[in-house]
Design a binder for this molecule. Sequence first.
Ligand SMILES: O=C(O)CCC(=O)C(=O)O
Length: 269
Amino acid sequence: MMDILKRPYSLCQDHLDFYSKNKFIKLKNVLDDKSIAHFNNVISKKVSELNSNTISLEQKDTYGKAFIQMMNLWTEDNEIKKLVFSERLGQIASDLMHVDGVRLYHDQALFKEAGGGITPWHADQYYWPLSNDNTITAWIPLQATSLQMGTLEFSARSHQMRAGRDLVIGDESEKILSKKLRVTDFEHVIEPFDIGEVSFHSGWIFHRAGANQTELIRKAFTIIFMDKEMTLKEPENKNQLNDWNTWCPGVKVGEVIGSRLNPITYQIN
Ligand SMILES: O=C(O)CCC(=O)C(=O)O
């Protein structure tokens, strides 16, 4: 059944050119109905098992309202590990970045509750102590995702903008970045996701998601890949320091990030 996780995904030159230019891409049929149903099931079970939250949505801040967040589920569940180690996903990330292989930074489940709030504009790489931007997040919705559920939105080519890279995700980043991005000619891409469609975005692209206006949970699972040669840089803020300790334990500044939490998931033979 899970053959699809191993099967190569063929990317044409147009895909590669689109990604190079825009630093994100949405690809259809990366996974199929069966595999999505399966991972929806296993990931949902794991999230409910691990979720100890008792605070209601109303009591949460903007970040808390955006989603229930559970990290590195591959270390908790062997089925989820199959998805994270999927050759197909690793190959796509590797090809889009033009590198010889990728390793894991971390995975996470991002479940936007019914009535959950927006995910404010932000760029991920602000949080990461990584020496370059050869990073890609695969955002895998676990159901068909309508605009009303809060799909992932991108500001195409916005990696060119340096302003706003120092912003923590929150009310401020949403306010400042929506204003800044509005006066650029970067296209704001807001599209639904079909079942099996997956997006891939790089660390400096600005992105957000809308609120979940439905009665259903918007379930997404993300896998953050980096070039297998990625080295650790001196952290530039306390979030990067925290990420170093949490996601790359024991790695020294300047070294390739090869801790037990950062296995190579795909490489060209
Ligand atoms: O799922 C979301 O709402 C946001 C996801 C995101 O920002 C990311 O995966 O980088």
